[in-house]
Design a protein around this ligand. Structure first.
Ligand code: MRU
Length: 346
């Protein structure tokens, strides 16, 4: 069994430290908002839906730790924490969404609260209740996505996935890998091609590990092998997750996703995106308005602590790319399967 990726325990946020997998299944406990911000920035916790829960639990943590004696002070502490959390990773809209859900709950109670200790406690409880609700809903959404998506896969389908959009990228179950997981549980005899996902190797380290835990047949390949796999007719469907989906259906996901989409289009392989509606950002009209995170050059110039490029070389390290909606066969959410043309409303 894969434990929950993130949860609240004894006044702190507990999460699987994904930097340590697959070598060790370690739990990291964040007792301060800054510790949680660091965990997000360094990808101890990552994946859009998991970041949504992290944001919401971060607001709850700020409220729980605040020593404010008035509602205004408490709102100030929580708002400040929300600002620091949202700045950690810019692309996955779920982070801002999760923070927003918890802040709304805080504001709803705060507006009727006095400065009494009992009322301040009610505000803190509201933040935690909202975060727990975000976490619970994530698993339910993913199970629904799994059901809708599995119906699209034929018996024996060989599914290519990228990065990690499994249980570890969510609170539990997974989105893209949840689709495969449900098809596997339904006895469809599916198997997975796991792209290793340079530079942080979420595919190699995390998706392969999850498939092993779940008993799903999986084969790890380098990112550069996928073209030849498709040309050889060995991929029946691509299923990936998303970090942000624009109103027109353009999809931001892990760098390399766009390459897969172009290859899939060229080879007539269906390209599915599986994501909860919390990943849809109707305020972004198209992919051009999605901020793409640029990460540390060290991720590219070194590998497992070993330098693999000459010192001083210029590096670009965009963590995500945007796949235009015209390359997407369907978007699978908890509400069902959406076919083009995509138009998502707020
Ligand atoms: O940089 P990461 O590991 O947070 O990127 C994760 C992805 O790109 C996932 O595909 C996406 O968040 C969907 S996870 C269900």
């Amino acid at each position: 069994m894969i434990p929950p990726t993130i949860e609240w325990c004894d006044g702190a946020v507990r999460l699987i430290d994904q930097r340590r997998l697959p070598a060790a299944l370690d739990i990291l406990t964040c007792r301060k908002v800054d510790e949680l911000c660091d965990a997000i920035r360094t990808m101890a916790v990552r994946g859009a839906p998991a970041l949504g829960a992290a944001g919401a639990f971060g607001v709850a943590l700020a409220a729980a730790r605040s020593e404010a004696e008035t509602v205004d002070e408490l709102l100030g502490d929580v708002g400040d924490a929300g600002g620091r959390l949202v700045a950690t990773r810019p692309t996955a809209v779920n982070l801002a969404w999760g923070i927003g859900r918890a802040m709304e709950a805080v504001n709803d109670v705060a507006v009727r609260a006095s400065d009494s200790p009992a009322d301040l406690e009610r505000v803190r409880v509201a933040a935690l209740d909202a975060a727990e609700a975000v976490a619970r809903a994530d698993v339910h959404c993913n199970e629904a996505i799994g059901g809708h998506g599995a119906a699209l896969l034929d018996d024996g389908a060989r599914v290519l996935t990228h990065c990690n959009a499994g249980s570890l990228a969510c609170v539990g179950y997974g989105t893209a890998l949840g689709v495969v997981r449900r098809a596997h549980d339904d006895g469809k005899g599916v198997s997975v091609w796991v792209g290793e996902t340079r530079p942080a190797l979420q595919g190699a380290r995390l998706t392969s590990w999850e498939c092993q835990q779940l008993g799903i047949p999986a084969t790890l390949v380098t990112d550069t092998a996928v073209g030849s796999l498709m040309a050889g007719g060995r991929v029946d469907a691509v299923v990936v997750g998303a970090d942000r989906i624009a109103a027109n259906g353009d999809v931001a996901n892990k760098i390399g996703t766009y390459t897969l989409a172009v290859l899939a289009y060229h080879h007539g392989v269906p390209f599915y995106v599986a994501a909860p509606t919390s990943t849809i950002d109707a305020a972004s009209p198209d992919g051009a308005s999605i901020p793409v995170e640029e990460r540390d050059p060290d991720e590219v110039t070194s590998f497992a602590g070993v330098t693999v490029a000459p010192e001083g070389v210029d590096v670009r390290n965009p963590a995500f790319d945007v796949t235009p909606a015209r390359l997407v066969t369907a978007i699978i959410t908890e509400h069902g399967v959406h076919h083009p043309p995509f138009t998502f409303h707020p």
